[in-house]
Design a protein around this ligand. Structure first.
Ligand SMILES: [Cu+2]
Length: 178
């Protein structure tokens, strides 16, 4: 019974996560992909997009010549690839934007970042209410929240729900016993 309960929670967690993930998918550099050939101005490319939490960015490149490293703002500025927060090397790297704020990526191959193979992805918060203080509704227990039927939610509330959900993931994982 305990196992059954845990599985149900895990199942609900997964379906809820995927059920409300309705973010956009952006191919970095569009048809040019992730390159150091100078054909893409990634700063300009990013400035034409409006990234939100839950959106996905995809880096497409030949992994013999390039890679993707997520770095701090300082390392982004100085093209320092030696202490990345994350490294991607498949050549088809799909990254879901989980937090708002800046996400800095560069190619770690020597010289490429300097050749402007770097990108600053600015993720805007899903719900921006100028006057709202952080007034998250008091959360019920993780399990009762997760049983809320996601199909019934409209788009707006499911987006907010998605935000809340990320805050709940640690709770849920705790409940599942990971
Ligand atoms: Cu490169």
């Amino acid at each position: 019974m305990a196992f059954f309960g845990k599985n149900v929670v895990a199942f609900l967690l997964m379906t809820t996560l995927f059920g409300v993930s309705i973010g956009a998918v952006y191919k970095v550099g569009d048809s040019a992909g992730w390159t150091a050939m100078g054909s893409v101005d990634y700063k300009k490319w990013a400035s034409t997009k409006n990234f939100h939490v839950g959106d996905e960015i995809v880096f497409i490149y030949n992994n013999q010549f390039h890679n993707v490293k997520e770095v701090t703002h300082q390392d982004f500025q100085s093209c320092n690839a030696t202490s990345p927060m994350a490294t991607y090397t498949t050549g088809s790297d799909s990254i879901t934007l989980k937090n708002h704020g800046h996400h800095y990526f560069l190619c770690g191959i020597p010289g490429h970042c300097e050749a402007r193979q770097k990108i600053d992805i600015m993720v805007t918060p899903v719900s921006q209410r100028p006057s709202a203080s952080p007034n998250y509704p008091s959360l019920p227990s993780a399990s009762s929240t997760l049983t809320a039927p996601s199909p019934a939610l409209n788009r707006a509330s499911s987006l907010q729900f998605n935000n809340l959900l990320w805050a709940l993931v640690p709770l849920a994982l705790l409940a599942v016993g990971f």
